[in-house]
Design a protein around this ligand. Sequence first.
Ligand code: ATP
Length: 256
Amino acid sequence: MSVLKVNNLSKNFGGIKAVTEVSLNIEKGEIIGLIGPNGAGKTTLFNLLTGIYTPTSGEIIYDLDKKAYTKDLKPHKITHYGIARTFQNIRLFQNMTVLDNVLMGFHSGLKYSIVSTFFRLPSYYKTEKSTYDEALELLIKFNLLDKKNELAKNLSYGDQRRLEIARALAAKPKILLLDEPAAGMNPKETKELNFLIQWIRETFDLTIILIEHDMSLVMNICERIFVFDYGHLVASGTPLEIQRNERVIKAYLGEE
Ligand code: ATP
């Protein structure tokens, strides 16, 4: 069953063609990898999928509750449709506690990010007991419970990345977009992330799309991989197919 279709999607920034005529189809429950050199358009695609950017042309259709989304939904509406994401540069509420960060996730909608950047909201703010318990459960699952009262900024890099994923899951998404989740992680943390992503998919019954430069992580956990180069989708297939694709080797894998 398809959960996301992208048809002839393009995004230009003035003369820069960041994404050009991209079409793809993602099935429920898949773990999808987006790879390609720096500047290939991967993050721009995430920004289009989450409504941060408006497409120059083309369309995005989510088929989650049979509600189609095309051009003009705001990011917080997209969150309500069941799309959550993390960012390449971690965007936690650095001066809030670990627990408060997850609680903010339950209130989903990026508009809260803006509010909380300026006003520190305490954890009891409009938080029902069940939400509080669910937040604690997420922290247990992510091995962060003993750090629940620490400020996000004092966590290790790997813990911050995992907290960002936990917060995204609090919004109860159906599709989770992870932008370079292994960036800055050490090999041990990356290995744990490998298991964590697969565990998340099984436990939360999710479709996961990740942008990642760590090829062993991508090849290990993704069922299908889409390869981008200069804004174009240049190849797609299973990890084995991608590893054997001449064009991909030349444009990207060969550089490794
Ligand atoms: P990386 O792996 O380095 O994150 P990427 O594949 O995610 O790269 P994008 O960040 O999507 O690539 O960038 C694609 C192109 O679009 C680049 O040339 C970039 O400079 C340009 N671009 C992205 N966002 C903007 C913007 N807001 N304004 C102007 N140009 C932009």
